[in-house]
Design a protein around this ligand. Sequence first.
Ligand code: FAD
Length: 286
Amino acid sequence: MKISEILQQDKVTISFEVFPPKKADGFATISAATEAIAQLKPDFMSVTYGAGGGTSEFTVDIADNLQRNYGITMLPHLTCVSSTREHVATMVRKFQERGLENIMALRGDIPDGGSPSQDYHYAYELIQDIKRQGDFCLGGACYPEGHPDTPHKVDDIAHLKDKVDAGLSFLTTQMFFDNNIFYNFLYRIRERGITVPVLAGIMPITNAKQVERAIHLSASNVPQRFRAMVDHFGDRPGAMKQAGIVYASDQIIDLVANGVKHIHVYTMNKPEIAAGILSNLSDIWK
Ligand SMILES: Cc1cc2nc3c(=O)[nH]c(=O)nc-3n(C[C@H](O)[C@H](O)[C@H](O)COP(=O)(O)OP(=O)(O)OC[C@H]3O[C@@H](n4cnc5c(N)ncnc54)[C@H](O)[C@@H]3O)c2cc1C
């Protein structure tokens, strides 16, 4: 099923993101975790893609397994900045062969020690390429606090508009910890004529070590309430996990109460975290 059809239904949707293993010997463990998450029956799931392409087969295999054997509509990611057009065409063909109709089309970042592609510079070029190759439903990334490569938020939104116009059916945001930043962003992009559905990306922070990396990745402003939670519970793993699940659930409840219909949770391959959030939303998401 195309994700654009799921997003058209008149309901709140919750999707989960998982990541593939880096090496073959991690496949069985990670695959089992993704299967446990699939059994929670989210509206759909996404599988990330290593920007260097190293784990690309695992992205396909995990997406295929969950769609074929668990009946979950899947959204494999694909990045281009370290890829050739030939490699992208091969990946797109593999998605087609496995009946994967949705692709999250991303630029990616150049891995340490890697080199940029001559073929792609930005995600919109990948989107144009995939569109030429088949009838896919495409999603793209957006950044409520601006992408770090483009310090001017106005330029960032202008590039986003061009990217959507290249053929995106929906956008998923980078994680954010303050919903007001998301509301403000939504207002600004709607004003600029970007009308596709926007999935709010929620990252449950359930251990203190994730915090710095998450903040660095997302360039996120961290509300005092969030910092106090990490300061207070950070060195007690059980308490931090509980508090992180509640914080994420609270963010989702506020989003839904303010009319946001689509929530994408970065589950970090942790079934218990995904289940904890859904249990807090049992009468809110059905
Ligand atoms: C929801 C989500 C999922 C992700 N999944 C993955 C994943 O699976 N694997 C992975 O490696 N990474 C992933 N990333 C990270 C992403 O690849 C990086 O953030 C990357 O730096 C940008 O990718 P993009 O597709 O947003 O790029 P783009 O849309 O190309 O934008 C990148 C930057 O270039 C600027 N830009 C765009 N077009 C132009 C133009 N014509 N001229 C000048 N500047 C321009 C934009 O303003 C922005 O600053 C994900 C990010 C998000 C938010």
